[in-house]
Ligand binder design. Structure first.
Ligand SMILES: Cc1ncc(C[n+]2csc(CCOP(=O)(O)OP(=O)(O)O)c2C)c(N)n1
Ligand SMILES: [Mg+2]
Length: 658
């Protein structure tokens, strides 16, 4: 819908007024960015964005990502003005207050139309890369009739300055994601002041060098904005549009200054802005004619959506498309049951990373929604299977991504894919580098994005690469993130079970911590025992005096300890605890049965002992590593750090007074 400038200007001013008034009422927030980008956003929503407020989850809608999440009032204004059911004007009045969906920064779980949660600068744009990847993949699989949309991003100087930006645009350029368009709020201002304080970078040159199309516009000239956006949409490369804007545009005394970045304008400046804009309406009132213009452009997407629905109804791909949209829950067990039954019949001694690859065989074959990848460690993480060919600019139907050495970019892209829908991403790196992407893992959890992190080389058991590569605090620290399942399976059967649990967990991301070294198969039965998080793997033969709790590669050590203790007449249970979060979710009776109050409890895990008191009690024993590792063959390291039955059993006996 092409409106004349005299119609567009009041529409953009409605965004400015709502934004400054909401920030003023909350006495907190960021008015500068929404006021500066109001004109660009108005052109985007009126002429380019494909959306339907009446069907906000319509799968073939364009995705809009406000990467500069501090400008949250921009998207809240747009959603309200274009006619989404929420936010209501009262929600906007309650901006940043408890129970208002208009949270400080936009949250995907709060509002339809907010495609991802943004605020941690740089990650919105990097998630948009994943959305654009998912779009091209689903287009290759289902065809133009069903999947044919764009991803639009508004990003600020901060989003482009963060290191993750380089990872994200390198990937997007290589993959030729032409349907990704980034509108840069090029206002030369960040919190501290002029961008010249901290950067001399030629950003367009960096983007061009990464395979992007770059164009510029005056971000306050409607015709020029429309020209640049049309150019971006037409170019086969991903596009950066440098929109030259004035932060806080419309505020007569504060525009152009960092003082409007993150503080209310103040009563006097709000009044002066009203005068300057010719805005006479009271706070939170949008004049009827202006609202009508916004609502009529909001209604324009209904026709395209209805046509798409007709195409879906008539499509031979309909069932497959709808299944992919619905997710994997309910389909995983049947994809892997026969494989697990085979392991019970014929036990295998393999590294759990290898066990993961083995489980992924049937899973990727039977669940076409799975898209794997690795941050340049494909042969170590073992993420690629026979069923998955390489995803590339020349074959978007491929299902294994070479993310390059870009852990943070990979994790954020996977969040974008998961939030896009229709695919379930998994991706690998070494567990120790989970720190490189930790905030994106946290964002998976916060956004309820089902992403599976395949984190191999999970302890000193990786051996010779030494302390730089040996996780110590990682498994325990990942357990601290809410709504994240951290799995550390003990053998080939548990690994398959943990994969199944991760894929069933719609709305919850998972980390699989996997060994480099071989592990014996300890499980002689199926039964999806890992679903309880922790379970009795071996029951005491003699009178039970001790319960040994271990995870991953250390369960084998616990079994060896138990054998020695039993030989000395000391009854010992072995509990395998592949996922503490799932164990904690069991009822009290189950937990008390597995970890009884009246016996000594001993934990064994090749990482920090902090946190194991929760299971051993303060009077239990905790074996682990509370320092950095060392460079040596794995078996020597286990001896050196005292993680052997030889070292542990005497200490258990001593504690028992035996
Ligand atoms: C990763 C991260 N670091 C720091 C911040 C805090 N922060 C919020 S906005 C901002 C400045 C952003 O500048 P710019 O993107 O140019 O926004 P503008 O001032 O133009 O609105 C900073 C440092 C953040 N939100 N995320
Ligand atoms: Mg800026």
């Amino acid at each position: 819908m092409s409106l004349s400038p005299d119609r567009l200007a009041p529409m953009a001013n409605a965004i400015r007024a709502l934004s400054m008034d909401a920030v003023q009422a909350a006495n907190s927030g960021h008015p500068g960015m929404p006021m500066g980008m109001a004109d660009v956003a108005t052109v985007l929503y009126s002429q380019f964005l494909k959306f339907d407020p009446a069907a906000p989850k319509w799968p073939d809608r364009d995705r809009f990502v406000l990467s500069a999440g501090h400008g949250s009032m921009l998207i809240y204004s747009l959603l309200h003005l274009t006619g989404y059911a929420a936010p209501t004007i009262d929600d906007i009045r309650n901006f940043r207050q408890l129970h208002s969906p208009c949270a400080g920064h936009p949250e995907n779980t709060e509002l339809d139309g907010v495609e991802c949660t943004t605020g941690p600068l740089g990650q919105g744009l990097a998630m948009a890369v994943g959305m654009a990847m998912a779009e091209r993949h689903l287009n290759a699989v289902h065809g133009d009739d069903l999947v044919d949309h764009r991803t639009w991003v508004i990003a600020g100087d901060g989003c482009l300055m963060e290191g993750i930006n380089h990872e994200a645009i390198g990937l997007a350029g290589t993959l030729k994601l032409g349907r990704l368009n980034v509108l840069w709020d090029d206002n030369n201002i960040t919190i501290d002041g002029d961008t010249a304080l901290s950067t001399c970078e030629d950003i367009p040159a960096r983007y061009a060098a990464s395979g992007w199309h770059v164009t510029r516009c005056d971000g306050h000239d409607y015709a020029d904005i429309a020209r640049a956006l049309a150019e971006a949409a037409a170019d086969p490369r991903p596009s950066l549009v440098a929109c030259k804007t004035v932060i806080g545009k419309g505020a007569p005394n504060k525009a152009g200054s960092h003082s409007v970045h993150g503080s209310p304008l103040g009563g006097d400046e709000v009044a002066a802005t009203r005068v300057a804009l010719g805005w006479t309406a009271e706070p939170f009132v949008v004049p009827a004619d202006i609202l009508a213009d916004w609502r009529s452009l909001g209604a324009k997407g209904a026709a395209a959506r209805a046509e798409w629905e007709q195409r879906l109804a008539a499509s031979p791909r309909r069932a497959a498309f709808e299944a992919a949209q619905a997710g994997l829950a309910g389909r995983v067990a049947s994809a892997i049951d026969d494989y697990i039954a085979g392991l019970i019949a014929e036990p295998q001694k393999v590294a759990s990373r290898k066990a993961s690859e083995m489980a992924l065989g049937p899973l990727t074959e039977r669940l076409p929604e799975l898209i794997g990848g690795s941050a340049d460690l494909t042969g170590s993480n073992l993420t690629k299977t026979k069923a998955t060919t390489t995803f590339s600019a020349s074959d978007y139907a491929g299902r294994h991504v070479h993310y390059g050495i870009r852990e943070f970019g990979m994790a954020a892209a996977m969040n974008g894919m998961a939030l896009h829908g229709g695919v379930v991403p998994y991706g690998g790196t070494f567990l120790v580098f989970s720190d490189y992407c930790r905030n994106a893992i946290r964002m998976s959890a916060l956004q309820h994005a089902q992403v599976v992190y395949v984190m191999t080389h999970d302890s000193i058991g990786l051996g010779e690469d030494g302390p730089t590569h040996q996780p110590i605090e990682h498994v325990m620290s990942l357990r601290l993130i809410p709504n994240l399942l951290t799995f550390r399976p003990a053998d080939v059967v548990e690994t398959a079970e943990c994969w199944a649990l991760a894929l069933e967990a719609k709305g919850t991301p998972s980390v699989l911590a996997l060994s480099r070294q071989n592990l014996p198969q300890l499980r002689a039965e199926g039964g999806m025992l890992s679903a309880k998080g922790g379970y009795r793997l071996r029951a005491a033969q003699a009178t039970r005096k001790v319960v040994l709790v271990a995870t991953g590669s250390e369960v084998e050590i616990a079994v060896a300890c138990a054998a020695e203790l039993e030989a000395a007449g000391i009854g010992a249970d072995v509990v395998s605890m592949p996922c503490t979060e799932l164990f904690d979710a069991q009822d009290a009776a189950y937990r008390a049965d597995v970890l009884p109050a009246d016996v000594l409890k001993v934990s064994i895990e090749a990482g920090v002992t902090t946190g194991w008191e929760r299971y051993t009690g303060l009077d239990g024993l905790r074996f682990g590593i509370d320092r950095f590792g060392a460079s040596a063959p794995a078996d020597q390291l286990y001896s050196y750090f005292g993680l052997t039955a030889e070292a542990i059993v005497p200490q258990v006996k001593a504690r028992l007074g035996a």
